[in-house]
Design a binder for this molecule. Structure first.
Ligand code: PLP
Length: 405
């Protein structure tokens, strides 16, 4: 575990990111070579990490507009970006088009009108992907399921709303109706859900052809590839094989040409590539548990996944701890009932597999600075890719009116 700092610190491993990308890319090369991986930047918008993926040949899905800036800072060619978002301001859309972003996702009718206006204003002709919602059962936590009946995302397919927007896109001269997209959710625990999603989306593509007279070039099945925290999950290779088989069979049934497949994985590319190092400051016995209270807590990890926790010391496990943070709320416990070697003050723990979504969702609860980030390079170097924050950084934008001073 390399870090030039004390703790807490996030440690990312370039080799793991590269391996994760290669796993997905090889499975696609084997089963569906006409495909492009767009890393979902929401999973981690650190420009150095984005650069690692860019160098591998990965494209990026950027949720307007901050993520577009992060991708620019990471050196992505705008033509390798897919701009998503569900309330993009007209100026942000124009900026993306002027930069040369080609593919834009449309989540609702208003977004399409804004895009048509922005394309006219900039004299560009962007490629539109319509985000469909098949309103299906999504095998994951409700808060991260995004193709359900209740969701705010996408355009319902069954009611005809998605088709109405597709027709408008097909009729508008300033945009090209290029494809259809869906993202069923994150941490998807079943391969079959992808088969259902692919069939539903291709059926919609067939209806678009019949209604609008447009053959769809791009089928975008989003992300959702899971990471194993404390239970086995489907392998990414199995998901990709199933997607490919389903696309081949369904396209043949519907007499559709095989589309280019876009994927938007986030968690699977980074989840297991980042670890949070922390130090134990207090060992506290209560009648119910022994708490190892650390120098970082749930403010620094994406909400409450069962992250594996290891002690960076030798010794037989079998001592049971609740690993807690220092924050002022009872829920600030990262893991309960963890079997570790006997701990004492100063021991270091690794909270593992925090590489996806943790940096983006880290908070300043109790005015706690966010931990710095280091990247352990494949060549053995250790680079700082986010400097340590200070309390002054947190307070920098605060103002106190004169009469309160
Ligand atoms: N694409 C879209 C549109 C998303 O909303 C998300 C996650 O919320 C992703 C891709 C990435 O999902 P995951 O990290 O589970 O692969």
């Amino acid at each position: 575990m390399c870090s030039p700092f004390g703790t807490p610190v996030y440690v990312f491993y370039e080799e793991d990111i590269e391996r994760n990308y290669r796993t997905l890319r090889s499975a696609l090369d084997e089963h569906y070579p006409d495909s492009v991986i767009h890393f979902a930047v929401k999973a981690n918008y650190n420009p150095a990490i984005l650069s690692v993926l860019r160098e591998m040949g990965c494209h990026a899905e950027v949720y307007a507009t901050g993520e577009l800036s992060a991708a620019q800072q990471a050196g992505f060619d705008p033509s390798a970006l897919l701009l998503t978002g569900m309330n993009r301001q007209p100026a942000a859309v124009e900026r993306a088009l002027e930069l040369g972003v080609e593919y834009l996702l449309v989540d609702n009718a208003t977004e399409l009108e804004r895009l048509i206006d922005a394309a006219t204003a900039t004299g560009t002709r962007p490629k539109v992907l319509i985000r469909g919602n098949p309103a299906m059962d999504v095998p994951t936590r409700p808060s991260i399921a995004t193709a359900t009946r209740e969701t705010k995302f996408g355009l319902d397919i069954a009611s005809g709303r998605a088709m109405a927007v597709a027709e408008r896109a097909a009729d508008a001269d300033s945009v090209e109706l290029a494809g259809v997209q869906l993202h069923i959710g994150s941490q998807i625990r079943s391969v079959d859900a992808y088969a259902v999603a692919a069939r539903e989306l291709l059926a919609f593509a067939g209806d678009v052809r019949d209604t609008c007279g447009v053959e769809i070039d791009v089928l975008d099945l989003g992300g959702g590839f899971p990471v194993s925290y404390d239970e086995p999950v489907p392998e990414a290779e199995a998901i990709i094989e199933t997607m490919a088989t389903t696309i081949h069979e369904t396209a043949a049934d519907l007499e559709l040409p095989l589309p280019t497949l876009f994927l938007e994985p986030g968690r699977r590319l980074l989840g297991n590539a980042g670890t949070l190092l922390t130090s134990v400051g207090v060992i506290k016995e209560t009648p119910y548990a022994t708490f190892a209270v650390c120098d970082v807590g749930t403010n620094a990890v994406s909400s409450y996944w069962p992250y594996p926790v290891y002690a960076l010391k030798d010794g037989a496990t079998g001592h049971t701890y609740d690993v807690a943070g220092p924050l002022c709320y009872s829920g600030d416990v990262i893991a309960e009932g963890v079997s570790l070697p006997s701990l004492e003050r100063g021991d270091r723990l690794a909270i593992d597999r925090v590489g996806a979504y943790s940096l983006g969702s880290a908070s300043h609860t109790n005015a706690q600075p966010k931990p710095p980030v280091v990247l352990c390079r494949t060549n053995g170097d250790v680079d700082v890719i986010r400097r340590p924050e200070t309390v002054d950084d947190i307070l920098a934008n605060a103002e106190v009116p004169d009469d309160l001073q």
